[in-house]
Design a protein around this ligand. Structure first.
Ligand SMILES: [Ca+2]
Ligand SMILES: [Ca+2]
Length: 233
């Protein structure tokens, strides 16, 4: 069954130079991890998650969590956690990862492959009926704090072969002002720097052209990413 649904999403910056580009991330980079919570006799589910970067700059390695319905990696309209803010501003994964690991309802937390502009990358997750939701976030590297992300996405567990396809819009983490300046944007060489925004997570308005980032070569269109989740066993 194929369901298309538009979710709000977000993402952050790209510009190969400063992040050590992974230009070969195209569809090939698989990260597989065993489910630490699976017990003997429990049914296991394996999903392949493919993220297509629809933008013109890289997406950093996503942090993803497999969890139950009680957990949220982030909430639209709420302030980003310190870990999510660091992820959206600089692609740093350790804070968001540590935060999610401490939360109840989370089965596993991991890092997916970086996703080059206009390319796809995949990872596999193995889980049980206890944890059938997925959340993830990655930065678009040519922004101050834009991320591609999904919160609390239902995994298509009904049968082997079931899949869901979702196109996602960019989110602004609300943590760094959108200067679009080479003094603050990772893909233009500026790391861990930028004026605080002190806002909430919201839909990004895209590159506005107020600084040094060029929308035509470093931005994105209506959607920042397309996510395909397929149950493969
Ligand atoms: Ca911002
Ligand atoms: Ca910055």
């Amino acid at each position: 069954m194929l369901r298309r649904r538009t979710l709000i999403a977000a993402l952050a910056a790209s510009c190969a130079a400063s992040f050590g580009a992974t230009a070969t991330a195209n569809a090939a980079s698989n990260a597989t991890d065993a489910n630490p919570t699976a017990k003997a006799g429990q049914q296991t589910y394996v999903f392949k998650v493919t993220i297509r970067n629809l933008g013109r700059a890289d997406l950093t390695s996503p942090v993803y969590a497999v969890h139950n319905r009680s957990f949220r990696l982030f909430r639209l309209g709420k302030k980003a956690s310190p870990g999510i803010a660091k992820l959206a501003e600089d692609g740093a994964t350790s804070g968001a990862r540590a935060e999610a690991r401490r939360k109840r309802g989370v089965g596993q937390v991991n890092i997916g492959p970086r996703i080059a502009a206009r390319r796809s990358a995949s990872f596999r997750i193995t889980t049980t009926s206890k944890h059938l939701r997925l959340s993830w976030a990655a930065m678009q590297i040519c922004t101050n704090d834009v991320m591609a992300a999904q919160s609390n996405a239902k995994l298509p567990a009904s049968k082997v072969g079931a899949r869901r396809v979702v196109r996602i819009r960019a989110l602004d983490a609300g943590s760094e002002q959108n200067t679009e300046s080479r003094a603050h944007v990772p893909c233009l060489g500026a790391h861990n720097v930028g004026p605080n925004e002190n806002g909430v997570i919201k839909r990004s308005k895209g590159i506005q052209g107020r600084g040094d980032v060029v929308n035509a070569t470093q931005g994105w269109g209506k959607f920042l990413a397309r996510v395909t989740i397929k149950r493969i066993s």
